[in-house]
Design a protein around this ligand. Structure first.
Ligand code: ADP
Length: 269
C-alpha cells in the first residue's frame, strides 16, 4: 500500500506540474495531496497489523481449545511480530516528527561501540533471522559521546534494511575502525545493492527504490531518520555499492571530538 501511496503522490505532483491554470494548480495543491495520502497510508499501516493481532486474539478466544500447543504458539508469535512492526512504525513516525520540529533532544553519554552494536543486533534479530552477521570492531576504539538510544536506532534501521533487501541465507557485516579524527562504522549486505542514481535519494523521506522493494513492507522513513540522527550527533552517513561483491554498504563517520574527555576531566555536558 505504501507503494500505492508513492505512486499516488507522483501522479498528484505530475498533475500539479501539468495544471493549465493557477487555480487548477492550487486546487491540486501538492501539500494537501501529500497530507491526505500520508494519512491514508498511515492509517492503513496501523490497521493492517492491528487486524492480524485482533484476528488472532478473537480466534484464540473462540476456538483456542481446538488448537494444539504448537499452532497456538505459532499464532501468538505471528501476532507478536505484527505488534513489533506496529511499534517500530509508530516509533519511526515519532522520530520523524521530532526531527522535523527540531524537538530532538540528545542525551549524550560515553558509549562503547561494542555495547552499541551488541544491543542493536539483539533488537534487529527478528529481521536478521538466519543470516550470519560478521562483526569486526577494531581493538581500542575510543568511547564516543553519543545518544545511545538514537545511535542504536540508526544501527537497527540499517540492519533491518540489510536483512530486508537481501536473501535469507546471505551474510551481513558490521565493521568499525578509527580513521584520522573519525570513527567509521560500516554496515554491508549481500543484497542487490542500490541503483547509482538512487544512492543519495534513498535518504529522502518516503523515497523507495521501486523495483527493489515492491514486495516489502516499509515506510521509506528509515534512512531519513538515520541521516537526521547521525547529523544531529555531528556525523555523516552515505550509501554506496560494495566493490568486492554485489550488495549495499552504509558508512557512518562520527567525529572523534564526540569522544568523552579523559578520565577525571569535567563533563562536557
Ligand atoms: P524502507 O525500507 O521503509 O522503504 P528506508 O528509508 O529504510 O525505507 O529505505 C529507503 C529505500 O532505500 C528502500 O525502500 C530501498 O529501496 C532502499 N534501500 C535501503 N537499504 C537498502 C539495502 N541495504 N539494500 C538495497 N536497497 C536498500
Amino acid at each position: 500500500l505504501l507503494d500505492a501511496l508513492i505512486d499516488q503522490i507522483a501522479v498528484a505532483m505530475e498533475r500539479v506540474r501539468l495544471a493549465e491554470s493557477a487555480d487548477e494548480a492550487r486546487m491540486l495543491s501538492e501539500t494537501e495531496r501529500l497530507r491526505a495520502a500520508l494519512l491514508t497510508s498511515i492509517s492503513h499501516d496501523l490497521r493492517t497489523p492491528l487486524a492480524t493481532i485482533m484476528g488472532t486474539i478473537s480466534s484464540l478466544r473462540t476456538y483456542g481449545a481446538l488448537y494444539d500447543d504448537a499452532t497456538r504458539e505459532e499464532m501468538l508469535a505471528a501476532a507478536q511480530e505484527e505488534g513489533e512492526r506496529l511499534n517500530r512504525f509508530v516509533a519511526n513516525l515519532l522520530d520523524m516528527t521530532r526531527l522535523d520540529t527540531g524537538a530532538l533532544e540528545l542525551k549524550r553519554e560515553p558509549v562503547d561501540l561494542g555495547d552499541l552494536v551488541g544491543t542493536a543486533l539483539r533488537r534487529a534479530q527478528p529481521m536478521i533471522g538466519h543470516r550470519k552477521v560478521d562483526v569486526s570492531l577494531a581493538p581500542d576504539l575510543p568511547l564516543l559521546r553519543l545518544d545511545f538510544v538514537l545511535m542504536e536506532q540508526v544501527l537497527v534501521n540499517l540492519l533491518d534494511n540489510a536483512a530486508k533487501y537481501s536473501p535469507p541465507q546471505s551474510r551481513i557485516a558490521i565493521r568499525a575502525r578509527q580513521e584520522d579524527k573519525q570513527v567509521i562504522i560500516e554496515v554491508m549486505d549481500e543484497g542487490t545493492g542500490i541503483p547509482e542514481d538512487a544512492l543519495e535519494r534513498i535518504f529522502d523521506k518516503f523515497f523507495r527504490v521501486k523495483a527493489a522493494d515492491r514486495q516489502r513492507a516499509g515506510t521509506g522513513l528509515g534512512l531519513a531518520i538515520c541521516r537526521g540522527f547521525v547529523e544531529a550527533m555531528g556525523g555523516t552517513i552515505v550509501a554506496e555499492n560494495r566493490t568486492d561483491r554485489t550488495g549495499a554498504l552504509f558508512r557512518i563517520a562520527l567525529p572523534l571530538s564526540v569522544a568523552p574527555e579523559p578520565e577525571g576531566a569535567a563533563s562536557l555536558a
